[in-house]
Design a protein around this ligand. Sequence first.
Ligand code: SIN
Ligand code: MN
Length: 270
Amino acid sequence: MPVSQEQIARYHEDGFLVLDAALDAAEVASLREAFERDCEVPGPQLVPEEGSDRVRAVYASHHRQAEYAGLIRDPRVLGTARRLLSDDLYIYQFKINAKPPLGGEKWSWHQDFAAWRIADNLPAPLQVNVAVFLDDVDEFNGPVIFLPGSHRSGLVQQGRKAVAKSEQHLDPEDIALTNDQLTELVTRRGMVSPKGPAGSVVFFSPEIVHGSGPNMSPFARRLLIMTYNDCANLPSWSGEPRPDHLVCRDTEPLRVLDTTFLDALQGAAA
Ligand code: SIN
Ligand code: MN
Protein backbone atom coordinates (compact mmCIF):
# COMPACT_ATOMS: atom_id res chain seq x y z
CA MET A 1 0.00 0.00 0.00
CA PRO A 2 2.42 2.72 -1.02
CA VAL A 3 0.74 6.01 -0.19
CA SER A 4 0.47 8.68 -2.89
CA GLN A 5 1.81 12.22 -2.78
CA GLU A 6 -1.79 13.33 -2.51
CA GLN A 7 -2.32 11.20 0.61
CA ILE A 8 0.88 12.56 2.15
CA ALA A 9 -0.31 16.11 1.46
CA ARG A 10 -3.66 15.25 3.05
CA TYR A 11 -1.90 13.95 6.18
CA HIS A 12 -0.06 17.25 6.55
CA GLU A 13 -3.22 19.25 5.85
CA ASP A 14 -5.68 17.32 8.06
CA GLY A 15 -3.27 15.86 10.63
CA PHE A 16 -4.42 12.31 9.95
CA LEU A 17 -4.66 9.79 7.12
CA VAL A 18 -6.92 6.71 7.00
CA LEU A 19 -6.07 3.54 5.07
CA ASP A 20 -9.11 1.26 5.02
CA ALA A 21 -8.47 -2.47 5.59
CA ALA A 22 -4.71 -2.10 5.06
CA LEU A 23 -4.07 -5.37 6.94
CA ASP A 24 -5.88 -8.57 5.98
CA ALA A 25 -7.98 -10.92 8.12
CA ALA A 26 -5.13 -13.36 8.84
CA GLU A 27 -2.92 -10.50 9.99
CA VAL A 28 -5.64 -9.10 12.24
CA ALA A 29 -6.25 -12.57 13.72
CA SER A 30 -2.55 -12.97 14.52
CA LEU A 31 -2.43 -9.54 16.19
CA ARG A 32 -5.51 -10.34 18.27
CA GLU A 33 -4.02 -13.64 19.43
CA ALA A 34 -0.82 -11.83 20.40
CA PHE A 35 -2.90 -9.31 22.36
CA GLU A 36 -4.71 -12.10 24.24
CA ARG A 37 -1.37 -13.70 25.10
CA ASP A 38 0.09 -10.39 26.19
CA CYS A 39 -2.80 -9.70 28.56
CA GLU A 40 -1.78 -12.85 30.47
CA VAL A 41 1.66 -11.42 31.27
CA PRO A 42 1.43 -9.75 34.69
CA GLY A 43 3.26 -6.48 35.25
CA PRO A 44 3.00 -2.70 35.39
CA GLN A 45 2.47 -2.56 31.61
CA LEU A 46 -1.13 -3.73 32.15
CA VAL A 47 -3.38 -0.80 33.09
CA PRO A 48 -6.91 -1.70 34.34
CA GLU A 49 -10.11 0.28 33.84
CA GLU A 50 -10.83 2.34 36.95
CA GLY A 51 -12.45 0.22 39.67
CA SER A 52 -12.29 -2.94 37.55
CA ASP A 53 -9.91 -5.71 36.60
CA ARG A 54 -10.64 -5.34 32.89
CA VAL A 55 -7.71 -4.16 30.77
CA ARG A 56 -7.84 -0.51 29.72
CA ALA A 57 -4.42 -0.50 28.06
CA VAL A 58 -1.31 -2.60 27.69
CA TYR A 59 2.08 -1.08 26.89
CA ALA A 60 5.18 -2.23 24.99
CA SER A 61 3.75 -5.48 23.63
CA HIS A 62 6.42 -5.37 20.92
CA HIS A 63 8.95 -6.26 23.65
CA ARG A 64 7.14 -9.54 24.34
CA GLN A 65 5.23 -10.62 21.22
CA ALA A 66 6.95 -11.46 17.92
CA GLU A 67 3.94 -10.31 15.86
CA TYR A 68 4.30 -6.78 17.19
CA ALA A 69 8.10 -6.80 16.96
CA GLY A 70 7.54 -7.49 13.26
CA LEU A 71 4.67 -5.06 12.78
CA ILE A 72 6.74 -2.04 13.88
CA ARG A 73 9.12 -2.84 10.98
CA ASP A 74 6.45 -3.73 8.41
CA PRO A 75 6.90 -1.76 5.16
CA ARG A 76 3.26 -0.63 5.18
CA VAL A 77 3.68 0.82 8.66
CA LEU A 78 7.31 1.90 9.08
CA GLY A 79 7.75 2.62 5.36
CA THR A 80 4.78 4.98 5.40
CA ALA A 81 5.78 6.56 8.73
CA ARG A 82 9.21 7.36 7.22
CA ARG A 83 7.58 9.07 4.27
CA LEU A 84 5.37 11.14 6.57
CA LEU A 85 8.12 12.10 9.04
CA SER A 86 11.79 11.22 8.42
CA ASP A 87 14.13 8.34 7.63
CA ASP A 88 15.51 7.48 11.06
CA LEU A 89 12.68 6.42 13.35
CA TYR A 90 12.38 4.28 16.46
CA ILE A 91 9.43 3.29 18.65
CA TYR A 92 9.03 5.80 21.45
CA GLN A 93 5.78 4.30 22.78
CA PHE A 94 3.62 1.28 21.91
CA LYS A 95 0.19 0.70 23.42
CA ILE A 96 -3.06 -1.12 22.87
CA ASN A 97 -6.16 0.60 24.22
CA ALA A 98 -8.59 -2.21 24.80
CA LYS A 99 -11.89 -0.36 25.38
CA PRO A 100 -13.77 -3.44 26.57
CA PRO A 101 -17.44 -4.07 25.64
CA LEU A 102 -20.09 -2.14 27.54
CA GLY A 103 -17.93 0.13 29.60
CA GLY A 104 -14.54 0.89 28.07
CA GLU A 105 -14.12 4.44 29.32
CA LYS A 106 -13.53 7.68 27.45
CA TRP A 107 -10.17 9.31 26.62
CA SER A 108 -10.42 13.06 27.25
CA TRP A 109 -9.72 15.66 24.56
CA HIS A 110 -5.96 16.19 24.30
CA GLN A 111 -2.84 16.57 22.18
CA ASP A 112 -0.31 13.77 22.66
CA PHE A 113 2.74 15.99 22.38
CA ALA A 114 1.61 18.01 25.41
CA ALA A 115 2.02 14.91 27.59
CA TRP A 116 5.30 13.81 26.03
CA ARG A 117 6.87 17.23 26.41
CA ILE A 118 5.88 17.40 30.07
CA ALA A 119 6.72 13.82 31.00
CA ASP A 120 9.80 13.13 28.86
CA ASN A 121 11.03 16.53 27.74
CA LEU A 122 10.71 15.57 24.08
CA PRO A 123 12.20 18.54 22.24
CA ALA A 124 9.90 18.70 19.19
CA PRO A 125 6.69 17.12 17.86
CA LEU A 126 8.70 14.92 15.49
CA GLN A 127 6.51 11.85 15.97
CA VAL A 128 3.89 10.03 13.98
CA ASN A 129 1.24 7.79 15.54
CA VAL A 130 0.10 4.72 13.66
CA ALA A 131 -3.21 3.31 14.91
CA VAL A 132 -4.34 -0.15 13.82
CA PHE A 133 -7.96 -1.24 14.32
CA LEU A 134 -7.94 -4.69 15.92
CA ASP A 135 -11.76 -4.67 15.76
CA ASP A 136 -14.31 -3.15 13.44
CA VAL A 137 -14.81 0.45 14.56
CA ASP A 138 -18.22 2.08 14.31
CA GLU A 139 -20.05 4.98 15.93
CA PHE A 140 -21.06 2.79 18.88
CA ASN A 141 -17.82 1.37 20.23
CA GLY A 142 -15.96 4.59 21.03
CA PRO A 143 -14.11 5.65 17.86
CA VAL A 144 -11.33 8.21 18.14
CA ILE A 145 -12.58 11.67 17.14
CA PHE A 146 -10.16 14.12 15.48
CA LEU A 147 -10.41 17.88 14.96
CA PRO A 148 -9.05 18.09 11.40
CA GLY A 149 -6.22 20.59 10.97
CA SER A 150 -5.96 21.26 14.73
CA HIS A 151 -2.32 20.07 14.70
CA ARG A 152 -1.54 23.31 12.87
CA SER A 153 -2.59 25.38 15.91
CA GLY A 154 0.44 24.28 17.97
CA LEU A 155 -0.06 23.23 21.59
CA VAL A 156 -3.41 24.59 22.74
CA GLN A 157 -3.05 23.42 26.33
CA GLN A 158 0.54 23.82 27.55
CA GLY A 159 0.33 22.71 31.16
CA ARG A 160 -1.24 19.95 33.13
CA LYS A 161 -3.90 19.94 35.80
CA ALA A 162 -2.81 20.59 39.37
CA VAL A 163 -4.24 17.25 40.50
CA ALA A 164 -3.13 14.38 38.29
CA LYS A 165 -5.69 11.66 37.60
CA SER A 166 -3.08 9.09 36.68
CA GLU A 167 0.45 8.17 37.55
CA GLN A 168 3.06 8.80 34.86
CA HIS A 169 0.59 10.93 32.85
CA LEU A 170 -1.07 7.99 31.22
CA ASP A 171 -4.49 9.54 31.30
CA PRO A 172 -5.13 12.44 28.92
CA GLU A 173 -7.48 13.90 31.53
CA ASP A 174 -4.32 15.40 33.08
CA ILE A 175 -3.66 17.53 29.99
CA ALA A 176 -7.24 17.84 28.74
CA LEU A 177 -8.35 20.94 26.86
CA THR A 178 -10.76 23.25 28.64
CA ASN A 179 -14.36 23.42 27.41
CA ASP A 180 -13.71 26.89 25.97
CA GLN A 181 -10.62 25.76 24.09
CA LEU A 182 -12.48 22.80 22.68
CA THR A 183 -15.56 24.77 21.70
CA GLU A 184 -13.49 27.33 19.83
CA LEU A 185 -11.55 24.67 17.94
CA VAL A 186 -14.56 22.52 17.07
CA THR A 187 -16.43 25.56 15.80
CA ARG A 188 -13.54 26.33 13.47
CA ARG A 189 -12.44 22.80 12.49
CA GLY A 190 -15.33 20.40 12.99
CA MET A 191 -14.99 16.78 14.13
CA VAL A 192 -14.26 13.58 12.22
CA SER A 193 -14.20 10.02 13.55
CA PRO A 194 -12.67 7.49 11.17
CA LYS A 195 -14.56 4.19 11.22
CA GLY A 196 -13.94 1.02 9.30
CA PRO A 197 -13.17 -2.67 9.36
CA ALA A 198 -10.54 -4.30 11.54
CA GLY A 199 -7.17 -3.98 9.84
CA SER A 200 -7.70 -0.32 8.95
CA VAL A 201 -4.78 1.95 9.78
CA VAL A 202 -4.83 5.62 10.78
CA PHE A 203 -1.69 7.74 10.80
CA PHE A 204 -2.06 10.81 13.02
CA SER A 205 -0.04 13.79 14.18
CA PRO A 206 1.23 14.14 17.76
CA GLU A 207 -0.32 17.62 17.83
CA ILE A 208 -3.82 16.88 16.52
CA VAL A 209 -6.58 17.36 19.10
CA HIS A 210 -8.39 14.06 19.66
CA GLY A 211 -10.38 12.08 22.19
CA SER A 212 -12.97 9.31 22.33
CA GLY A 213 -16.17 8.42 24.14
CA PRO A 214 -17.03 5.30 26.13
CA ASN A 215 -17.73 2.00 24.43
CA MET A 216 -21.54 1.72 24.50
CA SER A 217 -21.62 -1.46 22.40
CA PRO A 218 -21.31 -5.11 23.44
CA PHE A 219 -18.20 -5.44 21.25
CA ALA A 220 -14.59 -4.59 22.06
CA ARG A 221 -12.73 -1.73 20.42
CA ARG A 222 -9.09 -2.74 20.65
CA LEU A 223 -6.89 -0.04 19.17
CA LEU A 224 -3.16 -0.49 18.76
CA ILE A 225 -1.13 2.73 18.66
CA MET A 226 2.54 2.75 17.69
CA THR A 227 4.35 6.06 18.13
CA TYR A 228 7.51 6.59 16.13
CA ASN A 229 9.89 9.36 17.13
CA ASP A 230 12.74 10.86 15.12
CA CYS A 231 16.04 9.35 16.31
CA ALA A 232 17.50 12.87 16.67
CA ASN A 233 14.68 14.00 19.00
CA LEU A 234 15.38 12.01 22.15
CA PRO A 235 13.72 12.32 25.57
CA SER A 236 15.65 13.44 28.63
CA TRP A 237 14.83 13.59 32.32
CA SER A 238 16.06 15.74 35.17
CA GLY A 239 14.82 13.16 37.68
CA GLU A 240 13.75 9.54 37.41
CA PRO A 241 12.92 8.53 33.80
CA ARG A 242 9.52 7.04 33.10
CA PRO A 243 9.67 3.22 33.01
CA ASP A 244 10.73 1.53 29.80
CA HIS A 245 7.28 0.10 29.07
CA LEU A 246 6.08 3.72 28.69
CA VAL A 247 9.13 5.18 26.99
CA CYS A 248 11.08 2.64 24.96
CA ARG A 249 14.84 2.84 25.39
CA ASP A 250 15.97 1.32 22.08
CA THR A 251 16.50 4.44 19.99
CA GLU A 252 18.42 2.85 17.11
CA PRO A 253 16.85 3.53 13.68
CA LEU A 254 14.49 0.72 12.68
CA ARG A 255 15.12 -1.14 9.43
CA VAL A 256 12.11 -1.81 7.19
CA LEU A 257 11.37 -5.53 6.63
CA ASP A 258 11.58 -6.88 3.07
CA THR A 259 8.12 -8.39 3.44
CA THR A 260 4.98 -8.13 5.56
CA PHE A 261 5.27 -8.93 9.28
CA LEU A 262 3.24 -12.15 9.03
CA ASP A 263 5.16 -13.46 6.01
CA ALA A 264 8.39 -12.69 7.83
CA LEU A 265 7.16 -14.52 10.94
CA GLN A 266 5.92 -17.54 9.00
CA GLY A 267 9.15 -17.59 6.94
CA ALA A 268 11.21 -17.60 10.14
CA ALA A 269 9.11 -20.46 11.57
CA ALA A 270 9.37 -22.61 8.39
C1 SIN B 1 -5.27 8.08 22.68
O1 SIN B 1 -5.58 9.23 22.59
O2 SIN B 1 -4.09 7.74 22.67
C2 SIN B 1 -6.30 7.02 22.87
C3 SIN B 1 -7.59 7.25 22.28
C4 SIN B 1 -8.40 6.01 22.27
O3 SIN B 1 -7.90 4.90 22.49
O4 SIN B 1 -9.58 6.12 21.99
MN1 MN C 1 -3.72 10.43 22.36
